[in-house]
Design a binder for this molecule. Structure first.
Ligand SMILES: [Zn+2]
Ligand SMILES: [Zn+2]
Ligand SMILES: [Zn+2]
Ligand SMILES: [Zn+2]
Length: 370
């Protein structure tokens, strides 16, 4: 591309580049604007696949989002659409990974690369082909197809529409009618080596092979053969089985979610039940504690009442003894002492029994359930 830029600077505005590398196409499209060339043509690929790619046209189409170009084909629509989205948007659509920008450009190029008539190309004329002859291995335009139908050498050739040809898998398109080693028509098939061969292959590599048959004989009726219909059935069956397996796995996946949700609600339910149970135990314990405390307070109050009464009686005796000592006669004192001794003995035993009262012994609270 540096050379292209140099060439443009030197006054050459129409450039042609010969390449077989798709990367060059991508680079050429991406830098076309910067080169300031009027036209860049890529002479792309070799042999029958050789064609010119107008980079300037493609670049222009991408910029203008030309609708005619856009409606060309389904993959092209998708590819062009996503090429015009910003990278960020394409990431959101999930197309970034499977459709990088370069791939999209190549899809567009492949979709736009309408095959040209190979016969006309030999005369340096570019015309869109309408049919494909697999025996000539040539794309043929509407004008040339008439001659192809009449001429002796080709009148028995079967042709297919170019649209149908483009739908054939690449692996089938790559199968050649000529031997790659000797450039001769493949006329035989060796069942020992499982390969088609030309006359020279036969004499060079298959001298001792017994199962050597003419190719037309081997391929005759292949589409109605048991092997072909068996293959058809097998691929369809396999596809169906894989589809079923995928569906099963998807079902298991959604079943997993159901199971997860039910376990979560089970755990939540158990947790709620445990909470309710704990609340109940707590309430019971607190109730018991309150009752227990009230009972012990009552007991203590009762004891204090009893003891206060006792103390008053004893204090009366203390006062009486003191006054008697000060003012009474010996006789009075003698009789009083005997009376008070009996009273004091009563009070002493009363106090002792209060001391040993079991209900008064518990003076601490306990946390226990009934
Ligand atoms: Zn033609
Ligand atoms: Zn032909
Ligand atoms: Zn050969
Ligand atoms: Zn062989």
């Amino acid at each position: 591309m540096i050379h292209v830029a140099d060439a443009v600077r030197d006054g050459f505005k129409k450039i042609s580049i010969t390449t077989v590398d798709t990367d060059v196409i991508v680079i050429a499209i991406s830098v076309f604007k910067d080169t300031e060339a009027e036209e860049i043509w890529l002479a792309f690929a070799t042999g029958k696949h050789f064609h010119y790619i107008p980079i300037h046209d493609i670049e222009q189409s991408l910029v203008l989002f030309n609708l005619g170009f856009y409606q060309y084909s389904k993959p092209l629509q998708v590819a062009t659409l996503y090429l015009h989205l910003q990278d960020e948007e394409r990431k959101q659509h999930g197309y970034m990974e499977c459709f990088p920008r370069e791939t999209i450009v190549i899809i567009i190029i492949m979709a736009t690369a309408q095959p040209s008539c190979d016969i006309c190309l030999n005369l340096h004329v570019t015309k869109s082909a309408c049919v494909w002859c697999s025996e000539c291995e040539e794309a043929i335009c509407e004008d040339c197809v008439q001659r192809h139908r009449i001429q002796k050498a080709t009148k028995n050739h079967k042709t297919i529409l170019i649209e149908d040809y483009q739908q054939l898998p690449i692996s089938i398109l790559n199968i050649k009618l000529e031997c790659g080693d000797h450039n001769q028509k493949l006329d035989f098939y060796c069942s020992n080596h499982n390969e088609p061969c030309c006359t020279r292959c036969v004499s060079e590599n298959h001298k001792d092979c017994r199962d050597l048959k003419p190719l037309p004989e081997v391929v005759e009726g292949v589409k109605s053969s048991a092997a072909f219909s068996d293959l058809e059935d097998r691929v369809k069956d396999l596809s169906q089985v894989i589809g079923q397996t995928i569906q099963e796995k998807l079902n298991i996946k959604s079943e997993l979610e159901v199971q997860r949700n039910s376990i979560i609600s089970e755990v939540e339910g158990a947790r709620k039940a445990i909470n309710i149970h704990l609340d109940k135990i707590q309430d019971e314990l607190l109730n018991n504690l309150t009752t227990n405390e009230a009972q012990q307070r009552d007991n203590i109050d009762r004891l204090i009442g009893k003891l206060s009464k006792m103390q008053n009686s004893v204090n009366e005796i203390v006062y009486a003894v003191e006054k008697t000592k000060q003012h009474a006669s010996n006789f009075q004192t003698f009789l009083g002492v005997n009376k008070w001794i009996i009273e004091i003995e009563n009070h002493e035993s009363e106090w002792k029994s209060a001391q040993s009262d079991q209900s008064m012994a518990t003076v601490h609270l306990q946390m226990r359930r009934c």
